[in-house]
Design a protein around this ligand. Sequence first.
Ligand code: 7RM
Length: 647
Amino acid sequence: MSGAIENLFHEDRRFPPSDVMKNGANAKEELVARAAADPLAFWAGEAEKLAWRKPFTQVLDDSDAPFYRWFADGTLNVTESCLDRHLAEHGDRVAFHWEGEPGDTREISYRQLHLEVCQFANGLRSLGIGKGDTVAIYMGMVPEIVVAMLACARIGAPHSVVFGGFSSDALRERNADANSKAVITCDGAWRRGKVVPLKENVDVALEGETTVEHVIVVRRTENEVQWTDGRDHWFDELVQGQPETCEPEIMNAEDLLYILYTSGSTGKPKGIAHSQGGYLTGVSSTFRNVFDIHDDDVYWCTADCGWVTGHSYIVYGPLANCATSVIYEGSPDYPDQDRFWALVASHGVTILYTAPTAIRTFMKWGDHLPARHDLSSLRLLGSVGEPINPEAWMWYHEHIGGGKCPIVDTWWQTETGAIMITPLPGVTTLKPGSATRPYPGIDASVVDEEGNEVAPGGGGFLVVNSPWPSMLRTIHGDPERYREVYWSRFPGRYFPGDGCKLDEESYFWLLGRVDDVMLVSGHNLSTTEVESALVDHPAVAEAAVVGRSDPRTGQAIAAFVTLKGDRVGNEELLQELRSHVATKIGPIAKPASIVFTSDLPKTRSGKIMRRLLRDISEKRQLGDVTTLANSEIVEAIRDGAQTSKED
Ligand code: 7RM
């Protein structure tokens, strides 16, 4: 990309915080001002809210940038902040209301969770697993996945969670890179009433040469499994009779808490390395202030623990704040497409955190589904994973939030560990489609190719100007790649790879990955803005656009659109959508072609895969489709793309 990104989409709707929010919220104007005046003092104060064994005396060590160190002479065990310190006053408080896909339920108090973590941690130690040994976790969303992560943290063994929807090849590659000594898995996982054979996948991943010495298996689906004596252990048998307390390993703040792999656009997966003290500081501070957690809240983050959102905002952030959460094991359309709303109603969920891809799917399924349920317990909504188009924001606000809940659109990455750009619900006036401002203590800006800050109204690259406690520490085993990928494009600054524009009030509007920016007749157009213009049309549920090479304009805009409910795509609607984009943001952004499709190619975490749509549009051999969640849709789109109309 060269030159600024055009600023085309205009949004006038405003949602100031209610008086109730202003007065009752954890984060008030005062906190914003205090953090702005002295960010390091702010972070030190946030860190001091955790349970330390030895208090830190130094906040930030920047002597070996970009290998920053936070609270480096402090020691702690993160599970004491997440569990032990809550027991005296809140031991009976529910940590998790868990619901299985078949409808079975469990309620786990903080006391019970502490007990299970201690017993399993002792079980791991009995197998000779301890400080510094990496443990892979390849499970479904059963309570034991949280127990497994915390048990690893208890004994100082870094965990490497691999999403249960990934293949045995993906698990094998990550085990080899991380040097995993053990794998914790389940016999199977429930998905839409069927069993995903997790243990079988583990067996395949361990064939041949491996570093893995132990496999621990949680019974969930009771399917037949192969057994390797000496290597394989049932979880329940391992914890049976273990002592109910477990002396935590005392860790340095900078020791490795976990590795989490992100695919990245090319090359082998990057093992993102997170620390103990800084990471917990970031996630616990943002959880408290962005989700405004109070004692009577019931919080539900719909992510999977296989993603960073699950690590930070199902496990570490909520538990450090003694929150009560809901965990749901299965799919949102099982047995019916209103499963989420049934869960919100039955548990009285007050705070819901989900992804734009889910919200747009719910829009497509229809307004009548949430309307069947009493969602009045909700008081705050959150969004993460992709830009949320203004129309999807409005739908979420009206049909889920009943028009009364603020929406926190939270921008962050696996690498940032915690939320970076976000509203504070008691402070920020919301604008649909904008993640608004940097979190207190975060110094972010939008710059042009030379690194000069763009003026309000301009578009360019998002950068973070100073380090923050929950930042990644390195790419596991490849510090040079860490420096190269994140710190070389703009020396001294962190470059996340996202485009962003600033409006006249310096609100941040995330524009998607810079690799996806389209160059049409000399203009840099963001995919997000054209997609938002399409989603703004009442017939459209979801849209993806890509730049396809074009002899006349450099690139031409190719759009892929899914429609709401039972709307059908035809030539008339196609022309209507093209003019809609032209009136909404300008003729330059008019798609040259539009393909109607029942679904879009998505990664397993729900992000639209524009790279594949580019391949389809340019009639290329398709690249790697193994990370797709819905590979069958690619053929369907390819057939459609060949017959679509163009100018
Ligand atoms: C938490 C997570 C990171 C990438 C990031 C962005 C995109 C995430 C938003 C967003 C616009 C948001 N981690 N992204 N949140 N874009 N608005 N609120 O998703 O490592 O899996 O992905 O996701 O492109 O760089 S992640």
